[in-house]
Design a protein around this ligand. Structure first.
Ligand code: SF4
Length: 434
């Protein structure tokens, strides 16, 4: 028997098919197919396809999975970068001609992500590249309630012993408790989370007792209000948020060129954001310093700030669920540690800024929120893009920290960079205009 833990949003998820604003067959996914599907399509399908049009065989490289029967070939895309088998009606032709059971496993499973935790159990979540998955996760208070199933399994699971460290549950609980502090903003809670994780990180290789004692210490320090005091004393550092947003935004735009021929949801979003920034500047020729300055002014624009705050107040669990779900996906704190916090916090700052750029022109709605998150995660389906983005985030963070240290004439913080803590602080609304 295998224990399978699924959060409620996974169980409740239903593909909305033709209603979907970004059908997954029309995005830039790299589809790796198994030998069974490959052979079926070439020799048994009613579709009569030719190998060279549709598939590229993968060959064994070192000890990886490429070339094995589960990763036998790559499916090529059509001239628009979409799945070769998607019809004009957005429906799957393999499904229509050969039946649902003949579809590749990856398509049958999407957007579910299954993580084998050794041979004992699995955890399932949904990729946020699917817009309906984003809605299910971010807009429902009970989205992450765990539902456990026990299933007989004839699938071979990872035989390697899987053990979580003795402090796994205690660290997760502390992180959860911090995110759920009710009278603090999400910015303050992320600040507290970052500081706490940075401190606990040093104890990972030490005796479990030391870690458990330190967790209790942090719990007491947070209850005493001293982290809150530090947060309130931290000034928003001019330029930090703009640098994070523009680095991420420009990096994602650069990803578009090879993958989607400048179409798709992120392209539409980036076009809108650029238009709003240019309209706010009343100038098409923007140097990078001017763009950075403009973003800072947008963050202080009273109308944009008010619209952002009005909208985000309608979705009180969105960011809490976003962070809690990332712990499941990364098996945190067994792995990931500060990098999980970095990546999710960068995404938070990027999304907050993008919402405010949209809010320059109009009220915000759920569509905007889902659009920003889902279009980002669609690009991150390529694992290398995600890895490079994380490296870029860490690099930018060090730059921010160096600038802050120089401005304040203080030494750098040591083995982790703290620039992002300054970017978490919201600016005060002002009457600043270009
Ligand atoms: S992206 Fe999600 S909701 Fe949209 S078609 Fe694919 S599975 Fe269905």
């Amino acid at each position: 028997m295998v224990e399978i833990i699924k959060p409620k949003y996974v169980v409740d998820f239903k593909c909305i098919g033709a209603e979907c604003e970004d059908n997954c067959c029309r995005t830039n996914y790299k589809l790796i197919i198994d030998k069974k599907f490959y052979k079926h399509m070439l020799y048994k399908s009613k579709m009569n396809i030719k190998e060279a049009e549709v598939f590229k065989r993968l060959h064994k490289q070192g000890s990886g999975a490429w070339g094995t029967s589960s990763a036998y070939a790559e499916m090529l895309t059509n001239e628009e970068g979409h799945c070769f088998f998607v019809g004009k009606d957005n429906l799957c032709q393999v499904y229509q001609y050969d039946g649902p059971e003949k579809m590749p496993d990856m398509c049958k499973e999407y957007p579910r992500l299954t993580f084998n935790r050794g041979s004992r159990f699995k955890e399932v979540s949904l990729t946020l590249g699917c817009p309906e998955a984003v809605r299910r996760l971010l807009f429902y208070a009970d989205a992450l309630d765990p539902i456990t199933e026990n299933q007989p399994s004839n699938i071979k699971l990872n035989k390697k012993p899987y053990e979580r460290p003795p402090w796994f549950a205690a660290v997760r609980l502390l992180m959860r408790d911090i995110l759920l502090i009710e009278d603090a903003s999400i910015e303050e809670n992320l600040y507290t989370l970052g500081l706490t994780l940075a401190d606990l990180q040093a104890l990972k290789a030490q005796s479990p007792t030391l870690m458990l004692d330190r967790i209790e210490y942090h719990s007491n320090v947070i209850s005493s209000g001293s982290v809150r005091y530090a947060y309130q004393k931290t000034p928003p550092f001019r330029g930090a948020t703009a640098l994070i947003f523009l680095s991420m935004f420009d990096y994602l735009k650069a990803c578009l060129v090879p993958v989607s021929k400048l179409t798709g949801r992120f392209f539409e979003l980036s076009t809108l954001l650029d238009q709003n920034i240019i309209a706010f500047a009343k100038d098409k020729e923007l140097t990078s310093a001017k763009r950075q300055d403009l973003i800072e002014k947008i963050l202080q624009n009273p109308m944009a700030l008010q619209r952002y705050q009005d909208y985000i107040a309608t979705r009180p669990v969105a960011w809490i669920n976003f962070f809690l779900e990332s712990m499941i996906r990364h098996d945190f704190p067994k792995s990931g540690w500060l990098n999980v916090w970095y990546f999710q916090t960068y995404t938070f700052i990027y999304t907050r800024t993008a919402l405010m750029v949209i809010a320059l022109e109009r009220e915000l709605n759920d569509h905007d929120f889902v659009w920003i998150i889902q279009s980002l995660f669609t690009l991150l389906h390529d694992i290398k893009t995600e890895e490079r983005l994380l490296l870029m985030c860490l690099e930018v963070d060090k730059r921010i920290e160096a600038t802050i240290c120089k401005a304040l004439s203080v030494e750098s913080g040591g083995d982790w960079s703290t620039g992002i803590l300054f970017a978490l602080k919201m600016h005060q609304a002002s009457t600043a205009q270009t």
